[in-house]
Every structure is written in C-alpha cells, then in structure tokens.
Design a protein around this ligand. Structure first.
Ligand code: FAD
Length: 429
C-alpha cells in the first residue's frame, strides 16, 4: 500500500526547501523527498573548489539571511552546503532521504508517486527537481578512445583525482571555464574547446556585476521579455567567485598558456578535430562584455549616479596586442600530447517525461502560471525563468516559494477540503 501524505515535495534543493519552509509556517503537514540528502546537487554535482558565482548578499533565505562579515564575498561549496543545511534544520524540514521518484501519475483522485522504495499517494505534489537535471554529452563522445578517461563536469572533483597527463575540456561556458582555471592553477596543461558563451566583468565602475544586475532590475525580467523562449536555457557567462571573485576570460587563459580551439567535431587518427569557430566565439564573448558595460554606463548616466569612472581593472578580461595572434589549430594529437582526460562541460538537459500529465510546452518544459500547472494540485518551484530571471538562482527562490505555498494553502482550503474537486478530476496519461 502506498503511504499517504497530503503534500509531497520532490527535491531538497532551495526550490523544495523554500516551499517546505512556508508550508511549515502555515502548519500544513508535508514531506520533502530527495534521491539523496538536503542540498544533494550542491554536494554531489559540484567540484571541490567550487565557489558560488553570486555574492553572499544574494543569500536572502527567509529568517536566515546572510549575516557574515563579507556580503560581497562568495561562499565555497562546503560553506554553502552547511549554510543551506543549517537553515533547513532550523525549521525541522521533514526530509525523506534516498528516495528516487520514478513517476508521478494520477490514480483514484490522488497523485501516485512511484519510487525506488515505498510509493506515495498525495493530494498535492510540488516538483522542485531543477532545470539542470541530467548531464548533456554530445554524440562525439562515443568516438573517444578508452585510453582517455571521459567524464561530465558534474562528476569532476579535483585535479588530483585525474590520471596524470594533459586534459581537454570541451565547452567554455561558466562551468567549463571555472574547471579550466582549477586545473591550470594546479599546474596541469589544459586544452579548451571554445563555444559561444558570454563574459561578464566581475566588477565595473565600483560594483560587482550581480549587484548591477540587481540594481538595473535584470534579475526581475519575466519570460515574456525574452526574444526567444529557448533563451530560458542559455548558458551562463564566464565568471567566477573563486579567490574573492574575478573575471574569467579566454584572453587571460591564452596569455597563461591554456591552448584554445574551436568546437570538437571529430576524432580520427589519434587526433581531435576542431571547427573554425574559435575567433568568432572569442569576439562573441568580447561583445557580450562590451554591451554589458555599455548598459551600465547608460544606466549610470540616466540615473545620474555618482560612481567612479571606469578603471584599468575593469578591463582585465580583454585582449592585449599579443592576443591578436591566437594560433588557430584545426587538430590536436592526443597521443603525443599525453591527453589522459576529457571533461565534458557541455551543459545539462531537463527531462520531465516521468510526470505522466500534460504539463509541458512545445520544448518539453513545464508550463506554469506562477508555479501552478493546469493540473490542480500539481506545482513547480525553482525552475529557470519560472516567473522571473531570478527564479532558478539562490537570490530568487524565496519570492516564488511564498507565492507557490500560498496557492497550495488556498487550494487545500477552498478546493480539496470542501470536497469540490480532487486531483483525479484531470485528464492525465
Ligand atoms: C554548475 C552550477 C553552478 C551554479 N551556481 C550558482 C550560483 O553560484 N549561484 C546561484 O544562485 N545559482 C547557481 N546555480 C543555479 C541554481 O541555484 C542551482 O541549479 C540550484 O541547485 C537550483 O535549485 P533547485 O532547488 O531548483 O534544484 P537542486 O538544488 O538541483 O535540487 C533538486 C533536488 O531534487 C533532487 N531530485 C531530482 N530528481 C529527483 C527525483 N526524481 N526524485 C527525488 N529527488 C530528485 C536532487 O537530488 C536535488 O537535491 C548553479 C547551477 C549549476 C548547474
């Protein structure tokens, strides 16, 4: 017999915990189920030297805002895991660990959640399993010979855990560039396949780029303001919170001896073969940074802000004269160069096919109105761009959490408890 709970929240990251926090305030009994533990993704899927890229002031957790001495600093992985775990324990989160939800479907007017152990029945389900669910690895990975260890960035831990030798990192988004830095600073020779990704100057005219984003209301943008819905899943720009925060740039990598190439398109005769996109994608990152700085300049002028003018440090990610001669190499001999590891920093994909209800859009992404789906009793939280740009990051989950929790409270009071409607009153597969 499945175990009944009025409300089941799937996922114990900030999205699921935020709902649990507010349901606890509303005295609404529930459980939070995770395939691992509290903050599972942060613990298991980030490397050892990982640092948040968003400053400490963005940790505005309810009744638990960051109160340390360094609001403009950046927490390391383990510090952040401790922070979020302490917060969850402060309201006695009813966590059920190591339970993997395999499917959610409707059965006899309730939601049936099939798991790797005991199944659950509930009136309300909140799905907070994030947008970044599964590693995305391109097909070309099948051509990598067995002599080279191949791993997705979510499995990378530290340079010492790798076989001795040189490393190819495929993908130059935020994670790829951060891992390149981790390897390079440990003295490992790194080769990087560059793709299209922006770059943000860590700070500009006296303020951190995330502080500017907040002040310019860029984090409050709503999905309808995007030119194209696929931009909800765009990768994050080159940037790091490591060592107090700094700009990461392809130019700096090049100056420091990281070898840059275009996209990996083939593997043949002991060679990696690359596309010719390197220069255009370096220009793309440069233009992204330039446009961001211009946006800030315009904002400063418009708002007549009294802030410092730009300084030399504001441009430390830029090209120098030497960078004009980045050598374009179409291939790399992986035997002679002793490449022993390839790290796929090629992003993540989502998969909501385990929810057996018609709740996704043409891109397979959940369609919600402020977190509520068209299936009564089925909600989401923590998704990228669910209501705003900040929905999928630490700074934004609180606003969505209280909103979704209030909707659940209303639903239980007005619909379920008055027996007007049950979850089963919907058509599901
Ligand atoms: C590499 C990387 C770096 C990031 N850095 C930052 C940053 O610096 N600052 C910032 O604000 N944001 C950052 N983010 C974005 C965002 O904050 C995280 O993705 C965040 O973890 C999303 O929170 P969440 O609660 O929605 O999902 P998660 O924290 O991923 O939590 C989802 C939980 O659901 C569980 N789960 C998933 N499927 C199931 C299932 N079927 N059954 C049971 N449990 C399940 C998982 O174990 C996990 O614990 C980063 C994201 C990535 C990928």
């Amino acid at each position: 017999m499945p175990e009944y709970h009025k409300i089941v929240i799937i996922g114990a990251g900030q999205g699921g915990l935020g709902i649990s926090y507010y349901l606890t305030k509303f005295n609404l009994p529930h459980i939070v189920v995770d395939k691992g533990d509290i903050a599972n993704s942060w613990k298991e899927k980030r490397w050892d030297s990982f640092c948040l890229v968003t400053p400490n002031w963005t940790l505005n957790f309810p009744e638990y805002p960051y109160k340390g001495i360094n609001p403009n600093g950046f927490m390391k992985r383990d510090e952040f895991v401790e922070y979020i775990t302490k917060w969850a324990k402060s309201f006695n989160v009813p966590i059920r660990k190591n339970i993997n939800i395999k499917s959610v479907k409707i059965q006899n007017s309730k939601f049936l959640l099939e798991t790797n152990s005991k199944d659950f029945l509930s009136d309300v389900v909140v799905i907070a399993t994030s947008t970044h669910q599964l590693p995305k690895i391109p097909n070309i990975s099948k051509k990598i010979p067995n002599s080279i260890k191949s791993m997705h960035v979510e499995s990378y831990k530290n340079p010492l855990a790798l076989d001795k030798g040189e490393v190819l990192v495929v993908g130059s988004g935020q994670s790829g560039c951060q891992v390149v830095e981790d390897l390079h600073s440990a003295g490992i020779k790194v080769h990087l396949c560059v793709g299209k990704s922006g770059r943000l100057p860590r700070s500009y005219r006296g303020k951190d780029c995330i502080t500017w984003q907040k002040e310019m209301k860029l984090l409050d943008r709503t999905p309808d303001m995007l030119e194209n819905p696929s931009l909800r899943f765009a990768g994050d720009p080159h940037l790091t919170g490591r060592d107090g925060g700094k700009t990461l740039s392809l130019h700096k990598f090049h100056r420091n001896g990281v070898n840059l190439y275009g996209r990996l398109i083939d593997v043949s005769n002991n060679h990696f073969i690359f596309d010719n996109n390197l220069i255009s994608d370096i220009h793309y990152a440069d233009n992204y940074a330039k446009e961001f700085r211009k946006k800030i300049d315009d904002y400063i002028n418009f708002s007549k802000l009294n802030v410092p003018s730009s300084s030399h440090e504001d441009f430390d990610g830029e090209a120098t004269k030497d960078n004009k001669v980045i050598e374009i190499k179409g291939s790399l001999d992986f035997i002679n160069n002793k490449i022993k590891t390839i790290i796929w920093a090629t992003g993540f994909v989502y998969d909501f096919s385990w929810i057996k209800c018609p709740i996704t859009d043409e891109m397979g992404y959940p369609k919600t109105n402020q977190g509520a789906t068209n299936i009564k009793g089925l909600y989401f939280n923590g998704l990228n761009w669910m209501t705003k740009r900040k929905s999928g990051i630490l700074y934004g989950f609180d606003e969505d959490s209280i909103n979704v929790a209030k909707q659940i409270k209303n639903y239980l009071e007005n619909v379920i408890n008055s027996n007007n409607m049950n979850a089963g009153d919907h058509k599901c597969m």
